[in-house]
Design a protein around this ligand. Structure first.
Ligand code: ZN
Length: 242
C-alpha cells in the first residue's frame, strides 16, 4: 500500500480531491470552523471545569489540617503520634531545628508514619527582628536538621508566633519555603483543659481550616486530640496534611 492510497482513503484526502467545487469548498470551510470551535471548547473545558469545581469541591470536601508546632520533645510528641496512628489521622509537624537535632528519631518517626515534617526555624525567634542573613540561617539550619533525620527537605515554613512581614515571607520563598500560617488557634500552649481545647477547635473549624496545635508545648493537647478527631469525624471531616 502506497502513501497516495492512504491519503485518498482518509476524509481529509477526499476533501482535498474535491476542493475544486465551490459548494464543497464552503462545506470544507464550515467543517474547519466547526472543528476549530470544538478545539477551542475542548481546550477551555478543563480550566472552566476546574474553576467551577474548585470552590464547590472545597466546600463539600470538608478537609481539616491539624498542625503541631515546637517539637519534637520527649513524651508529648510520642503520645500525639500514638493518638494519630491509632485513629489513622495524618497531620503536619512544624519542627524546631534545635529540637530535631536533640530528637532525630522522633522526626524520623513523624515522617515514617505518614506525616508532613516542615520548618519552624532553629531557635524559635521572632523572624521580623532578624536580618535577611539571620532568617536564612534559622531556616537553613532547620532544613539540615530535618534532612539529617532522613526526612525530605521541607517546602513550608511557619514563622514563630506568626510574626512575619513581606521580607520574612520573601526570604523564606527564596529558600523554596512557602510561608504557612493557620486559621484556627485554640491557644493550647496556655494549657486550658482538654475539653476547652476540643471545643475551641471543633466550634471554629470550617472546610479547609488549618488548626494550630503544639506537641512541643501545651500540656493538655495530647488529651484533647481524641475528642477533636472524634467530633470532627462525626461532622464529616477528613484530615489532610500540608
Ligand atoms: Zn512555635
Amino acid at each position: 500500500m502506497n502513501a497516495t492510497t492512504n491519503v485518498d482513503r482518509t476524509p481529509l484526502g477526499r476533501i482535498r480531491r474535491h476542493s475544486g467545487s465551490p459548494l464543497t469548498l464552503l462545506a470544507t470551510i464550515n467543517l474547519a470552523l466547526v472543528l476549530g470551535a470544538m478545539a477551542v471548547v475542548l481546550l477551555q473545558e478543563p480550566s472552566a471545569q476546574a474553576q467551577q469545581l474548585g470552590p464547590t469541591a472545597q466546600r463539600t470536601a470538608r478537609i481539616v489540617k491539624l498542625t503541631f508546632d515546637d517539637g519534637p520533645v520527649r513524651g508529648n510528641t510520642s503520645r500525639i503520634l500514638n493518638v494519630l496512628a491509632n485513629r489513622g489521622v495524618k497531620a503536619t509537624f512544624f519542627v524546631v531545628g534545635k529540637q530535631a537535632r536533640r530528637h532525630p528519631r522522633l522526626v524520623t518517626r513523624e515522617y515514617k508514619e505518614g506525616h508532613s515534617v516542615q520548618n519552624h526555624t532553629y531557635t524559635h525567634p521572632d523572624l521580623t527582628t532578624l536580618s535577611n542573613a539571620g532568617i536564612r540561617r534559622e531556616l537553613r539550619a532547620t532544613n539540615r536538621a530535618i534532612k539529617a533525620a532522613g526526612v525530605p527537605r521541607p517546602y513550608r515554613f511557619r514563622p514563630p508566633y506568626g510574626a512575619t512581614n513581606t521580607r520574612v515571607k520573601r526570604v523564606g520563598a527564596s529558600l523554596g519555603l512557602t510561608q504557612t500560617l493557620w486559621s484556627v488557634d485554640p491557644r493550647d500552649w496556655a494549657d486550658p483543659s482538654p475539653s476547652v481545647i476540643c471545643r475551641r477547635v471543633v466550634s471554629n473549624v470550617s472546610p479547609g481550616s488549618i488548626v494550630l496545635l503544639h506537641d512541643g508545648s501545651g500540656a493538655n493537647t495530647d488529651e484533647a486530640l481524641p475528642c477533636i478527631i472524634k467530633r470532627l469525624k462525626a461532622k464529616g471531616y477528613r484530615f489532610g496534611k500540608l
